[in-house]
Ligand binder design. Structure first.
Ligand code: ADP
Ligand code: NI
Length: 217
């Protein structure tokens, strides 16, 4: 019988060490919120293997490009850690599968393979919404050197990839490019419910932002 609480503790220690210095919104506290929300969703949905969910949530950002010099380096970091802890082959495979399926970029439309992946993805997306989501967006934008807002561009204007690369974006634009779309991309009913208030709060924030920007508030 594998001692799961020992494995979780070891994983927490590893992740804390790996993410401690990050200031892009990918810090340990992001991971901890994703873990807690993933477990909450699983409990309310009465679905999913809790150990796989907790492990995948804890490790989900370890291979992220933003924290590694290459995708390859990130993948290695994850598999080296997984190989060093006493998991069954099936558990190791499932955890890696969840992480890879949710962090997969580019051909993002691929349907998720398991309920565990759906739940961890929902929890990760919830953390991009609401007050926390707003804070993370401006932290990320600042680190990237992009402006808070760019009044020259119509907010809803769709940018070409080239313009995006040239940094002609702003953190306010990110709301329209991603954040306001997320509530319709969630997998579980529980996460959809949790997203409602967070979504409303972001819309209110944007209205207030434009009012103040235009000197009306
Ligand atoms: P995660 O890995 O947690 O799903 P990302 O790596 O895509 O999220 O982004 C981390 C945080 O930075 C999120 O809160 C996200 O909304 C924000 N973010 C991502 N891209 C941008 C951007 N271009 N401008 C501002 N914020 C961004
Ligand atoms: Ni994340």
């Amino acid at each position: 019988m594998i001692n799961t609480s020992f494995i979780i503790e070891t994983t927490v220690e590893f992740v804390r060490k790996q993410m401690g210095e990050d200031s892009t919104g990918h810090d340990w506290y992001h991971v901890d919120r994703v873990r807690k929300n993933a477990l909450l969703i699983a409990e309310r949905e009465r679905q999913g293997d809790l150990f796989i969910i907790e492990m995948a949530a804890l490790l989900h950002d370890i291979p992220d490009e933003k924290l590694n010099s290459s995708v390859h380096e990130g993948q290695n970091k994850l598999s080296n850690f997984i190989e060093g802890i006493p998991l069954s082959a099936d558990q190791a495979l499932k955890i890696i599968e969840v992480i890879n399926s949710i962090s997969f970029r580019g051909g993002e439309k691929k349907p998720l393979s398991s309920i565990e992946a759906k739940i961890v993805q929902d929890a990760d997306r919830l953390d991009a919404l609401g007050a926390i989501g707003i804070a993370r967006t401006f932290a990320f934008g600042g680190k990237k050197g992009q402006p808070i807002y760019h009044p020259d561009l119509t907010v809803r204007e769709k940018m070409t990839i080239e313009e995006y690369r040239q940094g002609k974006s702003s953190s306010i634009h990110h709301f329209y490019e991603k954040l306001l779309l997320l509530k319709d991309l969630l997998n579980t009913d529980t996460a959809k419910m949790m997203a409602e208030e967070r979504h409303r709060y972001m819309e209110e924030f944007l209205l207030q932002f434009y009012q103040e920007w235009n000197g009306q508030a």
